[in-house]
Design a protein around this ligand. Sequence first.
Ligand SMILES: [Zn+2]
Length: 275
Amino acid sequence: MTSGKLRIMAIGAHPDDCDVKVGGTAILYARAGHQVKFVSATNGDTGHHQMGGGVLARRRFAEAQEAAETAGIEYEVLDIHNGQLLPTLENRWQIVRIIREFAPDIVITHRPNDYHPDHRYTSQIVQDSAYTITIPNVAALTPALEQNCVFAYMSDDFTKPCAFQADVTVVIDDVLDDKMRMLACHESQFFEWLPFNRSQGQVPDGHAERLSWLTERQAPRFASVAEKHRESIASFYGPERAAGARHAEAFEICEYGRRPCRGELYRLFPFFDGP
Ligand SMILES: [Zn+2]
């Protein structure tokens, strides 16, 4: 970190995972002048019912860039087929290089137990990189980081073998509309594939109508995070703010990488005004 500014990296499996789980927090960081980079480990080239392959990969890439511009962040998409990501050495080295080049303070990824193999393997690759980024002789042409990063997990509702634990919860009410605009950039996902795949009914045509249609379906997910982790919100923002918090994103600190003390969490997540 230089000049008090943080560098935040989120690594998801698909070109919308980081947006859904970290989008609001990313917007808050970006607005405060911190540097945020999202990485999608796959190019999203199979998640659609009417198109696929290179055409879909290029569309997903363009949508990710639009989302990044909306949020004021960077977005890198790796050219690995959707559904075919494996925790190989080559993929580990690629992630090691990407983390080293950005030199983040925090790296956020999926938890290792998840329904989607791409989510699981992204997590595996990032966890395997968590120690490796400090070893100079691995991927030796990209200088190793002198100090390890803090690694954290995005929230989820899986319970086996263990439920997500909210070590930090960020209230995103102030940026919920911006987060929804960011998600709406992923048109092929939120207005085409997911409505088809999840039988969400007819998607409206107009831009404003689509945005409110999407908000109706997505905002309850972030409301449920706030509801579930209200105690964690109270511990950072104080009970009064916690009682009024409606939407949130939560993170669990990974046991690998650098382990931050409570005081460092306040530095790494500079959004809290109490208690
Ligand atoms: Zn995904």
